[in-house]
Design a protein around this ligand. Structure first.
Ligand code: TXA
Ligand code: MG
Length: 320
């Protein structure tokens, strides 16, 4: 694909929407503070929330991190390009806008041919958060980005539907100990298997100034209030509203109050469920129900990461 239009935008201090295997990103060249500022303006995102730097090659990690633990090399060999971001001490010269004022930088190698081509042709990495408004639902297609942020029309590289559909896993190190900051496509078990040691998860922090904003409790939220439950039918019976949208894992649930429904994977495949998650939530939102009732996924593998997004997207949680 000819990307020269997008290269020109990036070189002219502007932003471009990039496809990745996880979700679409809103990108700027790491050399343009002007374009980096535009990202925060468009997303309505606080300047303290750092951005992920997207690199074309795993070997470039050493160019942007001042020290690289051996675990990173093992993981990069296995998973990069792919949905894993590393938080590492930043090399001098990386804009504070990217670092959100921290001394660390998040680095990842996205697995999408168009975005890898873009970074290579631009000649330097790009920084990108997910292409959605602050705290809103992430976008897994170009159309979803344009619907949520129409001002970006003309800046979007359409690379099709995101294959994985869920954000990258974020891994950092504190005193040499591996720490999971955000659950994502790559599970904690997969990481532990490669590095041969336990990984601590700190993403449940309710702190007001979390290390990673993906850790804030309300995040990844649809416009409609959402409840998450183990028993959708029972929850439907208990609600008085008659305009309900239902997000279920594998079963079709019938009830007179349902005006829209999405089933994430009839075959019960959690990867498939992750792939459909944001798409399905967008569609349910568009049906303008009074409430979305979502069903918890099985607490295993990538189901843990899906449940984490559902928990953060929900107004309140009914444990039933
Ligand atoms: O899959 C993904 O990671 C997507 C695609 C576009 O690459 N990007 C993404 O970016 O999800 P964003 O900004 O929506 O989420 C990145 C998370 C944020 O919660 C941010 O705070 C955290 O990464 N992060 C970035 N730099 C960090 C740093 N230096 N220390 C701790 N957390 C960091
Ligand atoms: Mg995001």
């Amino acid at each position: 694909m000819d990307l020269s239009l997008y290269i020109r935008l990036l070189k002219n201090d502007d932003v471009v929407v990039i496809p990745t295997e996880t979700v679409y990103g809103l990108a700027a060249s790491i050399t343009s503070d002007k374009a980096l500022r535009k990202i925060f303006d468009i997303k309505q995102r606080p300047l303290t929330n750092p951005l992920i730097v997207h690199l074309a090659n795993p070997a470039d990690i050493a160019l942007y991190a001042s020290s690289v633990p051996p675990e990173v090399n093992l993981l990069a060999e296995k998973f990069c390009p792919g949905p894993l971001s590393f938080v590492l001490p930043a090399m001098d010269g990386i804009s504070p806008l990217i670092r959100g004022g921290h001394s660390t930088v998040a680095l990842r190698i996205p697995n999408h041919p168009l975005t890898l081509q873009l970074i290579k042709e631009l000649g330097n990495p790009i920084a990108a958060p997910s292409a959605n408004r602050y705290m809103g639902l992430s976008a897994t297609s170009a159309a979803m980005v344009e619907l949520a942020m129409p001002e970006l029309r003309g800046h979007i590289i359409d690379g099709g539907r995101c294959s994985a559909g869920l954000e990258s896993t974020i891994l950092g190190f504190e005193g040499g100990e591996p720490i999971l900051y955000r659950m994502g496509c790559i599970t904690r078990e997969e990481i532990e298997r490669v590095i041969g040691k336990p990984v601590r998860y700190v993403g449940n922090a309710k702190s007001e100034f979390p290390v990673a904003p993906g850790m804030q409790l309300r995040h990844y939220a649809p416009q409609t209030p959402m409840l998450v439950t183990n028993d959708v039918w029972n929850t439907l019976e208990r609600l008085s509203t008659t305009r309900v949208a239902v997000l279920s894992f594998r079963e079709t649930i019938n009830h007179p109050a349902i005006i829209a429904r999405e089933i994430l994977s009839i075959g019960g495949d959690l990867q498939e469920a992750a792939h459909h998650l944001y798409d399905a939530l967008h569609r349910l939102d568009q049906a303008k129900p009074d409430v979305i009732i979502a069903e918890w996924m099985p607490e295993e593998g990538i189901g843990l990461a899906i449940n984490d997004k559902l928990r953060r997207g929900a107004e309140s949680v009914l444990l039933s």
